[in-house]
Design a protein around this ligand. Sequence first.
Ligand SMILES: C[S@@+](CC[C@H](N)C(=O)[O-])C[C@H]1O[C@@H](n2cnc3c(N)ncnc32)[C@H](O)[C@@H]1O
Length: 207
Amino acid sequence: MEPISSDERLFFPATQRNRQPIGNALADLLPPAGVILELASGSGEHGVAFQQRFPKISWQCSDPDPDHCRSISAWINHEGLASVMPQPLPLDVRCDDWIKPGAEAPAMVVAVNLLHISPWECTRALMQGSVRHLRPDGKLLIYGPFRVAGKHVSDSNEQFDDALRERNPNWGVRDQDAVINEARHAGLTLADIRLMPSNNQMILFKR
Ligand SMILES: C[S@@+](CC[C@H](N)C(=O)[O-])C[C@H]1O[C@@H](n2cnc3c(N)ncnc32)[C@H](O)[C@@H]1O
């Protein structure tokens, strides 16, 4: 891989606001050690923040967007984490193999703000891929805005949903029950739902 400069770091403002509450929830939920596979890592700001906050785990970022992967690498280098944190994987959730054969199975798969900004097939792929790749006691954690019983939980979520669907008719704020059903169908069990700031939710499944 060619050298990545710190100038290639991207800055996603929401990560400044939500890293603390997401990190606080992770503090309860993360295993003491093991690999955490983050899908749709975006800029990589969450990845480096959580690797620093939880040094005993190995935070593996991934994203299909090459600019995002370069940003993740730049953040890893900028924060001096290159010796402890793996380089990002160029991973689309829909691909069959998320990790190399023989690699340590993730203890947790994490997907923050992916489901509303990708077609439904990505939600299905996330559930099915988690069942395929997680270790037997592994967990899947998803975070983002969700409708509850078909209804938006705030006007701002409804406006956000409209804007998403205008950008891409296959995107949109997902219904919590539909997501849970898809997970159950794949073989996951609902373990926890937490209300998070700014009308977001964290949903945890067990393999
Ligand atoms: C709204 S951003 C969220 C980034 C980051 N998790 C955060 O919260 O800042 C959505 C991310 O999903 C990624 N993404 C879109 N389609 C994807 C797919 N099929 N598989 C994996 N990631 C995908 C995009 O490249 C982008 O980085």
